[in-house]
Design a protein around this ligand. Structure first.
Ligand code: URA
Length: 202
């Protein structure tokens, strides 16, 4: 187990404070009315592997914890299959507030919230970014200069892409979103198989 220095904690807290007061977001009013929380992220600030989902759902917005509903239970199972748990990795989303009725995040929302994610990546400096679902896949590949590599998630799930960052190389691996594997056993098997790739990066 490695420990993250305090400055990482402080930088992450600063992001949380900004998100709490993020009135510029079109999702802020919805959050306030429903007494929801922004979902910043959870896990080790020294994690080698960072998981990035889409946006919080209802359970997440009620508890401020990413992936704590049904998709999260499956994510926990996938992590356990490679002998990892939430304290070994960092888990967050591109969009930090719940979109109404679990609709897809809008382009404008991705634009507004992604600078927070970019800062989180710079704080954690992961060796691997595991994207969950097509929105984080597209955002991350484009962000790291790999826009030309973007295909449908059915074509590039489980593939490894290497990019340069300010802190060195990062491997980006797109995964299906756990929600699509909840009711489809073949997607679930594919996700489980793809997850095994992460063993070599632990
Ligand atoms: N789906 C996501 O993309 N993120 C969560 O935190 C929960 C469900």
């Amino acid at each position: 187990m490695s420990f993250a220095p305090d400055h990482k904690f402080n930088q992450m807290k600063q992001i949380r404070d900004e998100l709490v007061n993020f009135k510029e977001s079109p999702l802020y009013e919805y959050r306030r009315k429903n007494k929801y929380f922004p979902v910043v992220g959870e896990g080790s600030h020294a994690a080698k592997i960072m998981f990035i989902g889409e946006a919080p759902g209802k359970s997440e917005a009620e508890t401020a914890r990413p992936f704590c509903g049904r998709s999260g239970k499956l994510l926990d199972e996938m992590l356990a299959s490679i002998n990892l748990n939430r304290s070994n990795v960092y888990i967050t989303n591109v969009v930090k507030d719940r979109p109404p009725e679990n609709r897809d995040p809008a382009e404008e929302e991705i634009k507004l919230y992604s600078p927070f994610l970019d800062r989180q990546i710079e704080i954690i400096e992961p060796k691997v970014i595991a994207t969950l679902g097509r929105f984080s896949m597209a955002y991350i590949l484009e962000h790291f200069g790999l826009k030309d590599m973007i295909r449908s998630i059915t074509q590039i799930h489980g593939k490894e892409f290497v990019a340069d960052t300010k802190y060195g190389k990062v491997t980006i691996i797109p995964f299906y979103h756990p929600a699509v594997a909840l009711y489809n056993s073949s997607n679930r098997e594919t996700l489980m198989e793809d997850f095994q790739i992460l063993k070599k990066y632990k």
